[in-house]
Design a protein around this ligand. Structure first.
Ligand SMILES: *Cc1c(COP(=O)(O)O)cnc(C)c1O
Length: 497
């Protein structure tokens, strides 16, 4: 199987090269040239297997330049032992026909672990295949969840180093401590004076700086990125959607072949895109329900066909969804316009130059067939956290609450009673102040104090990896100016600039 760029479909690379590159040189995203169909009886077969074996089989359909043994080894290193419980994902039934797919039982308590635990192993194997012998240096700017998940994934993985920058005062106390206390020989973390956009822009500049790249190359190293446009993150996300359907069949909750809707709290459109791929592969998913917070750019696009970032930006209690440019949408559009790469290039140029684009009615019609979309503000999410807690003694985080609230509104409006899987993307203890305020009305400034109160009220204990943070000594406390970031990178990778 080859992968092509959404902006040049004639460029075709193996999965290993695609994973090493991340983004195509033409600015496009890589997609598989074909979305493989599951074969007759395959769902029934998958339903008898464990997660690692399921993952291997699904990867093998796309990563044909890897052997099955290699894929199994990657999946085993990622999913055996690093997640709480017997399987990496947990499904909790809430009332008739609503299934919470909890994707946050990994080391950092957010769904990004599902992909970032395996990406490092894909990268190392890909580098071996490329045969350059170069070490990979991961450079990442984070607004909170991605940085920590990447640090955990790459920690002490042979042949890799990772450097994470985050905006000083721009992440929660728990998120900051998660990064500052990161263990491992090959990791470095630095706070930057500025906001997330400043940090991200500076990282991109370092990434493409020729001079820095040459110095790195002289040391036998090269940059790579762990952000969500990498195919090595997309494929592991497809796996959990297929796996969750197989689980519901195995448990007798659904008939094999029964239609199930999927609801996803969405930011960069990576998670919900994976559900779309699973549907295209033949999993009988019905509507894909895209849930946004107050930054409802996707709600507007999926219902009107016009994408516009010329709007206010809101900082919400679901910060990982505070995004106006949802990069992975480009992959969906490429599929829906019959892989017209010139058209995609024109749309993305319009977005860059004018901050907007519109798609024609025939594409909008396809979108409406596949997707439903809705949004809610912090108040709606808070109210939903309380309702779930009161009704089911179920605690969810602020991102997941957006999804449940949007799903309930969708159900009320359409009368669609199809069963649904709702992606649950973070532990409630990752955003304890907002969760506590939702269930009890108490406003507490400290994350750990708020978490303790939630434990008293709910009886659900805080994950050990979060609880222990309050006792750990921060290891990375450096704060630098934007202009100093390149020096930090060079001193970390062993050169004096
Ligand atoms: C990243 C993230 C999201 C958004 O996922 P996308 O793939 O960017 O749409 C939602 N919830 C949480 C907790 C996240 O960390």
């Amino acid at each position: 199987m080859k992968f092509q760029s959404t902006r040049n479909k004639n460029l075709r690379l193996d999965s290993a090269e695609t994973i090493l590159k991340g983004l195509s040189d033409d600015g496009g995203l890589f997609v598989p040239v074909e979305i493989t169909k599951l074969v007759e009886g395959e769902i029934a077969e998958l339903s008898k297997l464990g997660y690692t074996e399921r993952a291997k089989r699904i990867f093998a359909k796309y990563m044909t330049d890897f052997s099955e043994e290699e894929l199994f080894e990657c999946a085993e290193k990622a999913y055996n032992g690093n997640f709480e419980g017997d399987e990496p994902t947990h499904i909790v039934k809430l009332g008739e026909g609503t299934y919470m797919l909890e994707l946050w039982h990994g080391p950092t308590c957010a769904f990004k672990d599902m992909a970032l635990q395996i990406l490092p192993h894909f990268l190392v194997k890909s580098a071996e295949k490329a045969g350059s012998g170069e070490k990979t240096v991961i450079l990442t700017a984070t607004s909170g969840d991605t940085g920590k998940a990447a640090l955990e994934g790459f920690c002490d993985v042979e042949g890799t180093e990772i450097i994470v920058f985050y905006p000083n005062n721009g992440v929660s106390k728990i998120q900051q401590l998660q990064m500052q206390t990161q263990k491992g020989k090959n990791v470095a973390v630095c706070a930057v004076e500025g906001n997330f956009d400043d940090t991200q822009t500076a990282v991109k500049t370092i990434f493409t700086d020729k001079n820095i790249r040459e110095k790195l190359s002289a040391k036998g190293k090269r940059f790579s990125s762990a952000n969500s446009i990498n195919v090595g993150r997309l494929l592991p996300q497809v796996v959990y959607y297929i796996s969750s359907y197989a689980d519901l069949v195995a448990r007798g909750e659904i008939e094999n072949g029964e239609t199930v809707n999927v609801t996803v709290p969405t930011g960069n459109f990576g998670n919900i895109l994976a559900a779309y791929y699973a549907k295209m592969m033949g999993i009988p998913f019905g509507k894909l329900i895209c849930a946004s917070n107050a930054n409802n750019v996707l709600t507007d696009f999926l219902s009107t066909g016009t994408y516009s970032i010329n709007r206010d930006f809101y900082m919400t209690e679901s910060p990982s969804m505070d995004i106006l440019v949802s990069s992975n949408l480009e992959r969906l559009l490429f599929e829906l316009c019959d892989k017209n790469d010139g058209y995609i290039t024109a749309l993305m140029t319009s977005l860059r130059e004018h901050g907007n684009y519109s798609v024609p009615d025939e594409i909008l019609a396809k979108i409406k067939e596949l997707f439903a979309a809705g949004f809610t503000d912090d108040e709606g999410a808070e109210k939903r956290i309380k309702m779930l807690f009161d009704e089911y003694s179920y605690l969810c985080d602020t991102h997941t609450a957006v999804a449940v609230e949007v799903y309930e509104k969708y159900k009320a409006k359409t009368g669609d009673k199809t069963k649904t899987i709702i992606a649950s993307t973070a532990s409630p203890y990752k955003f304890p102040r907002a969760v506590l305020k939702a269930i009890s009305g108490e406003v507490i400034a400290d994350d750990f104090e708020a978490a303790e109160k939630i434990e008293e009220l709910s009886g659900l204990s805080m994950p050990q990896q979060l609880r222990s943070l309050s006792e750990k000594e921060p290891r990375f406390t450096k704060v630098c100016e934007r202009e100093e970031m390149a020096d930090f990178v060079m001193s970390t990778v062993g050169g004096e600039g």
